[in-house]
Structure formats: structure tokens, C-alpha cells
Ligand binder design. Structure first.
Ligand SMILES: *Cc1c(COP(=O)(O)O)cnc(C)c1O
Length: 387
């Protein structure tokens, strides 16, 4: 054979027997079959039944398996990000004419998809008060195909009565999907509390280093796996094996990171609650957080993200200057990494609440908490200085 042929069809292979602690990064689009008769196009990858890289190489399936174990799920799908996980869930359960319920406190881009893409497809998504509890049953209609819960909610941190919502939805045969990103899939046991579908953005705590985007959708029953799998296949939600490899590495240190983040975050949240000028702190482990009692009942712990509300005598410009004056806290979206972050939410849509320009969402990182408190102190002094 010519060398060009040998270049693309190599005959030598690395020696077998290498054992390491790291999961190999398997790249691959084409999957090889022994015989034509073996050729299938099936997303259900498993032992010896791979068909196409789009549905996951062994690196992605290793990650999926570990998340399923962590969450106690029957099956986990790995998708390109948390937002892709949200889209996969909507499109698996809703069709033209369907109705879905989503809390006011849902992750912003979830609501944006509801009012944008989904509306265009003839799917009606109705927002509800996150503290509705079992009364969600009264909002369920004949065409309700899905109820979303997110606990604690994004930015305003309302803890929901997930068991009561699941009970009411189950009574009317409606599946409940949970955005479990806050809990990293561990602080809240979705399936033990009645949820059928649980998603998280691995981008946050599993990745943990602000350098990858991935999401998961986990289910507790085979019927849900088959239903979501059919949509997963058609949408072509491929993930990078390199990102999956980073997420597998992130999982190894997530236990120690979460423990440290919980401690530092609690220390800073409690300290902030006592500072003059701070009207309220929305951290689920503090009584000032809506649904705090539910958090105590249902959660194993808390994580690194919470919000602070400044007194009404501060102007939006002053709150902005507070964020700008921070040195260690960086300004940026996403959270769950090693770096502390701060962000103002100037136009939060929360019926009955006036948080306009006064609410700052913080993510605590792995810096020493006393340095972070000093940074917050100097920024609160700076915001009081005349412009
Ligand atoms: C970040 C986030 C998402 C989206 O995750 P991406 O990976 O950034 O798409 C979804 N839900 C919640 C609650 C989030 O915080």
C-alpha cells in the first residue's frame, strides 16, 4: 500500500494495558460496524451498540452515567448547555396547542424561550407565583403538558414547595420538570421529592471553573427516557468530548468545592444581613428568604449564589456604583466557578415586588471570605460618596 493509504488506515496500534485514573477522551463522529446488517441509527447507545458520535462517545456516556448516579436517576442525557436542556424538555412534552406553567422566578432565558420560540410554535406558557404550593392544581388545564419548578428561583431565590406541586400535578397526570442547577444535583433530591424530570447546567458547579458549557436532563422512568430520547435524537444535541472530560474532572473536586463555597457564602450572607443600608438578603438558609422553612425541610445544604436588596433610599445609580467599585468581585454572568461575581438586575419582572435597580446577585468564589467582606465594605462606602 502507498504511504498515503497507510496514513489514513494505520496498521499499528498503541500497546494495550495502560491503566490510568482519567477517563479517556473519545472523539468520533463515525462509528464502525462489523457488517452492513449491523448498521442502525439509534440514540440508545450502550455496550456494543454505538451508532453515531452525535448521540455520545464513551466520554459523554461516562459523564451521563456519573450524573445519573449522583442524582439517583434512571437515565441522564448530556446536552450542550443548561438552556439546551430546557429546550429539550419543552420540546419533548409540548406541541402546538399545549399549555405549560413556569414560575415567575424561573431562569430568565427559560421565560424568554416561553415568550419567544414557544409562542411562535403555538405553545402557551403561563407564569405562576413560585410560592403557589399545592394550589398549582387550580392552574392545570386539560391541555397542560408540563409544569416547571425551579427552587430556589433565579435571582429572587424563592424556595418552592416542590413535593406539594408534584402531588397536585401527578393527580392530574401532568409531568413536573425541575431546574436543579442551584443544588448541583446534590443539595436537593429531585426524584425523592416527586419530580419526574430534573435538569441542571453543568456549566455551574460540575464544570466549576467557568471554562465549559454543558447541561443534563435526568429522568426517573423508562417511559420518560424514551420520550425525551426521541426528541434528543431529532434535535442533534451533540456535546464535545473534551468538555465532557473537563466536567468529569470537575466532578472529582465538586465535593470539596461545594463544602467550602457553602461555608464562605453563609458567612458573607449573614454578615451582609447586618450591614446598614441592606434591606434584605435572599439566601435560602436565612429566614429572610421566601420559602426558608421549605428549604430547611427539603434541602441538604446551600450553595454559592444569593441576592442582596439595598434600602429604598439608594438610587439605581448608587447601586450600580457599588458594583463598579468592587475589586475582587468581578462583573459577569453565570456562576458556580472559583471567582466571586456581582451583577445588578435592573428590570426584574416580579409581580407585586419593587426591586427595580436595588437588587444585586452575588456568587461567592473560593477567595478568603474576609477579603471579600473587606471588598464589599469599601464598595458600600464608595456608593455613599457624592458622585
Ligand atoms: C445558568 C443557568 C442555566 C443555563 O445554563 P447554560 O449552561 O448557561 O445554558 C439554566 N438554569 C439556571 C438556573 C441557570 O443558572
Amino acid at each position: 500500500m502507498h504511504w498515503q493509504t497507510r496514513l489514513v488506515q494505520p496498521q499499528t496500534l498503541a500497546p494495550a494495558g495502560f491503566r490510568s485514573l482519567a477517563t479517556p477522551t473519545y472523539r468520533g463522529s463515525t462509528v464502525l460496524f462489523e457488517r452492513q446488517a449491523d448498521v442502525v441509527d439509534d440514540w440508545r447507545h450502550g455496550d456494543g451498540t454505538y451508532s453515531y458520535g452525535l448521540y455520545g462517545t464513551p466520554t459523554a456516556l461516562e459523564l451521563a452515567g456519573r450524573i445519573a448516579q449522583l442524582e439517583g436517576a434512571h437515565h441522564t442525557f448530556v446536552v450542550p448547555g443548561g438552556q439546551a436542556a430546557i429546550a429539550l424538555i419543552y420540546l419533548s412534552f409540548c406541541r402546538a396547542g399545549s399549555h405549560a406553567l413556569v414560575p415567575f422566578s424561573a431562569y430568565g432565558p427559560n421565560s424568554e424561550m416561553a415568550q419567544g420560540l414557544l409562542k411562535g410554535l403555538g405553545i402557551e406558557v403561563e407564569a405562576y407565583d413560585p410560592l403557589i404550593g399545592g394550589a398549582i392544581g387550580n392552574r392545570i388545564r386539560d391541555n397542560t403538558a408540563l409544569v416547571w419548578v425551579e427552587s430556589p428561583g433565579s435571582v429572587t431565590m424563592e424556595v418552592q414547595d416542590v413535593p406539594a406541586i408534584c402531588k397536585a400535578a401527578r393527580a392530574q397526570g401532568v409531568p413536573v420538570a425541575l431546574d436543579n442547577t442551584y443544588s448541583a444535583g446534590v443539595m436537593f433530591d429531585a426524584f425523592a421529592h416527586g419530580v419526574g424530570v430534573s435538569m441542571q447546567a453543568l456549566t455551574k458547579y460540575v464544570g466549576g471553573h467557568s471554562d465549559l458549557l454543558l447541561g443534563t436532563v435526568s429522568v426517573n422512568a423508562d417511559a420518560l427516557k424514551q420520550r425525551i430520547g426521541a426528541t434528543f435524537k431529532q434535535l442533534g444535541l451533540a456535546v464535545s468530548p473534551d468538555d465532557c472530560s473537563l466536567a468529569l474532572r470537575g466532578l472529582q473536586t465538586m465535593g470539596v468545592r461545594l463544602a467550602q463555597l457553602e461555608r464562605s457564602t453563609l458567612e458573607i450572607a449573614r454578615w451582609l444581613a447586618e450591614q446598614p443600608g441592606v434591606a434584605s438578603v435572599f439566601h435560602p438558609a436565612l429566614p429572610s428568604c421566601p420559602g426558608h422553612e421549605l428549604w430547611k425541610r427539603d434541602f441538604k445544604g446551600s450553595t454559592s449564589v444569593f441576592s442582596m436588596l439595598f434600602n429604598a433610599d439608594f438610587t439605581a445609580n448608587q447601586v450600580e456604583s457599588f458594583v463598579d467599585a468592587l475589586n475582587l468581585f468581578q462583573i459577569g454572568m453565570s456562576w458556580g466557578g472559583l471567582t466571586s461575581l456581582a451583577l445588578v438586575y435592573p428590570s426584574l419582572d416580579r409581580p407585586g415586588k419593587d426591586y427595580a435597580g436595588r437588587l444585586v446577585r452575588l456568587n461567592i468564589g473560593l477567595e478568603d471570605p474576609s477579603d471579600l467582606k473587606a471588598d464589599l465594605t469599601q464598595a458600600m462606602q464608595a456608593m455613599r460618596r457624592p458622585a
